[in-house]
Design a protein around this ligand. Structure first.
Ligand SMILES: [Zn+2]
Ligand SMILES: [Zn+2]
Length: 282
């Protein structure tokens, strides 16, 4: 009998199965499709055990372009969208006001594909996309992040009850904060910042009531009875910033807890448009 017609023995089957499992695992770890639109991307596979794939294999050039805006698009102080042809690098809304955070660094305006990705992050359990977006953020804002030189990273906290109910999705800011901390080689201290009460969604209250809605909603936890944030430059991570009132309240809480300064890293920033000047300005 021809040996090629013989059924594979147990060892051959085991080797083939192991090879296929390794292949599936490699594809999962190292996608060769754009994570947003599914377009095939350049395969730059170096090793199946490399957990840090290059951006070119995570996003297609078109999606990268639609997720990252030049920093000149945003106000150098509050990260608000500066309309084209505006007289200066600061937006009209914060030209003469004070924020508790020292600056905000959005990746894109809250429109188009960037908005769709933020919504997808909120609603899905796509941990690979969370990791890839964090990578995209770090690579695109590396210069500004290193200029700020944070000592630690924290995510905008969620109220514990909402976190418990978030079975269907992942907490995107938390996932991004952990990844950014890893890239920056600093600790992620999100567990020491908490939301002390449930608040109505900022989008559901009027523009002028947003500061009141969020006032006093955050607190810091002590570590072994000692303050954690004293003298630290804190990078605060969020997925979408609209009025900036939430980030400003968190920055205020952190500064009162002894932090040196707070910089806001956000995936998207909503344009303030022609709305009236917010009333929480100090
Ligand atoms: Zn794409
Ligand atoms: Zn501004």
């Amino acid at each position: 009998m021809n040996s090629f017609n013989q059924a594979p023995n147990a060892l051959t089957r085991l080797v083939r199965t192991t090879g296929r499992v390794a292949e599936i695992a490699t594809e999962a770890i190292w996608p060769e499709q754009c994570l947003v639109c599914g377009t095939p991307t350049i395969s730059l596979r170096r090793s199946p055990f490399d957990f840090n794939p290059p951006l070119a294999s995570l996003f297609c050039p078109n999606c990268r372009r639609r997720l990252v805006s030049p920093t000149s698009t945003f106000c150098v102080r509050c990260g608000g969208v500066v309309p084209p042809g505006a007289p200066g690098p600061r937006c009209g809304h914060c030209a003469d006001s004070d924020w508790y955070f020292s600056k905000a660094l959005p990746l894109h305006s809250y429109i188009g594909l960037a908005r769709a990705v933020v919504i997808r992050l909120k609603r899905s359990k796509d941990r690979a996309l969370v990791a890839a977006v964090a990578r995209l953020y770090y690579e695109s804002r590396r210069k500004e992040l290193l200029e700020f030189n944070p000592d630690c990273v924290v995510a905008t906290p969620m109220y514990w009850r909402r976190k418990y109910l978030l079975r269907r999705g992942v907490n995107a800011p938390e996932g991004i904060a952990k990844r950014l901390a890893r890239e920056l080689r600093v600790p992620c201290l999100s567990r020491f910042l908490k939301r002390t009460r449930a608040t109505a969604a900022q989008t559901s209250v009027g523009w002028s009531e947003r500061a009141a809605n969020i006032a006093g909603a955050f607190a810091v936890r002590m570590r072994h009875g000692a303050p954690v944030f004293t003298g630290l430059r804190v990078l605060l991570v969020d997925d979408a910033v609209t009025s900036g009132a939430t980030c400003d309240e968190i920055a205020k809480t952190l500064l009162e807890a002894g932090a040196e300064s707070v910089c806001v890293a956000t995936l998207t920033r909503a344009g303030l448009g022609r709305r009236p000047r917010p009333t929480w300005k100090k």
